[in-house]
Write a protein that binds this ligand. Structure first.
Ligand code: NAP
Length: 319
């Protein structure tokens, strides 16, 4: 018979770990399940400068997350590394079935986050890891003194493009409009960066090369004119980084939990989903501001709700 946890938290990004800190501290029997490394998207974020209290020189996503993980340990959260494939969430006892085992709990907090949206151009998959990347922190050093193109115009694209200028010889942001979506403060820094240039009203149509990315076809969104860009002859290759938003990690909850048309989980202000005992926090849920601070706040709220629900838990279905 599997152990019945008070709460299982699925995902160890900022939302899941904040939930773990609050649940563990409330003496709930807590299990955190993560399939990969802790941190979710901020595990691949170079600079975090807007998390309250975050003034440490050189702080990065991974170092912030490391401290959150340690805090969860301190409050007694158990950990399992597993990839959950199936969920049974409608009864009072929630069951999560993974590649390595089955996990049971009175409540579940979904903190599975989101992943990078593909650029959507021809041959993108073929050049993934061979010129195409979605993580500047992971791959910037492969493009030392080379040319790099960044697709997108939001906070992520502009911040990561600035980070890439520390490595690449030249970084060009390709944006589909003539105005960035990124916050003014981020834009100000970007426009001052001499290694950064912009290709406005442009989308990437096709990538090409003989095993390694050296050619790209872009299209002007106003005129429809297509241009082929070739790598500098001495370089022989260039990099393309995609930062055009995210897609929620909700495949296993399709048809189980209410979602919006884009697949984000619908919750109320206290993180309840449509299923009793099931909560969603962070980037995976419908919300207006997806930040570390809002994910952490969601986690705290959900864990506090679980604490109340678990004290009333009878093992009978809620009506
Ligand atoms: P985002 O804000 O949704 O921006 C996505 C960008 O990609 C937009 O400029 C959008 O263009 C463009 N785009 C979307 N689909 C496209 C397509 N098919 N082809 C070409 N371009 C496309 O996404 P994000 O920058 O990843 O940020 C996600 C969330 O994280 C936001 O809430 C953001 O504030 C937050 N974030 C914050 C920070 C920070 O505060 N330091 C850093 C990173 C991320 P349009 O502008 O034309 O729509």
């Amino acid at each position: 018979m599997s152990k019945l946890y008070d709460v299982i938290i699925l995902g160890a990004g900022p939302g899941g770990l904040a939930a773990g800190i609050y649940a563990g501290r409330a003496r709930l029997n807590t299990l955190i399940i993560e399939r990969a490394q802790d941190g979710g998207q901020i595990a691949i974020t170079n600079e975090i400068e807007n998390y309250p209290g975050q003034m440490l020189e050189g702080e990065s996503g991974p170092s912030l997350i490391e401290r959150m993980t340690k805090q969860c340990e301190k409050f007694g959260c158990e950990r399992v590394s597993d990839n959950i494939k199936e969920v049974k969430l409608d009864g009072p006892e929630k069951i999560l079935i993974g590649a390595n085992g089955e996990y049971h709990a009175k409540a579940v907090i979904i903190a599975t986050g989101a992943h990078s949206r593909p650029i959507g151009c021809k041959n993108e998959g073929k050049f993934r890891g061979k010129g195409v990347s979605y993580c500047a922190t992971c791959d910037a050093n492969f493009f030392e003194d080379l040319e790099v193109y960044v697709v997108g115009g939001g906070d992520a694209a502009v911040e990561e493009a600035m980070y890439l200028t520390k490595f690449a010889r030249k970084v060009t942001i390709i944006h589909r409009r003539d105005q960035l979506r990124a916050a003014e403060s981020i834009q100000e820094k970007a426009f001052k960066n001499e290694k950064l240039s912009f290709m406005w009203n442009t989308v990437v149509k096709e990538l090409d090369g003989d095993g390694i990315l050296d050619t790209m076809v872009v299209e002007n969104t106003k005129t429809g004119e297509q241009t082929t860009i070739h790598a500098d002859e001495d370089d022989g290759l260039f990099g393309v980084f995609g930062f055009i938003g995210t897609v929620p990690n909700t495949e296993i909850f399709q048809g189980v939990i209410d979602m919006d048309p884009r697949g984000y989980i619908i919750t109320d202000e206290e993180m309840h989903t449509n299923l009793p005992g099931v909560y969603a926090v962070g980037d995976v849920r419908v919300k207006t501001l997806r930040q570390v601070v809002t994910a952490a706040a969601d986690g705290a709220i959900a864990a506090t709700q679980v604490e109340r629900a678990v004290s009333d838990y009878t093992g009978e279905a809620a009506h």
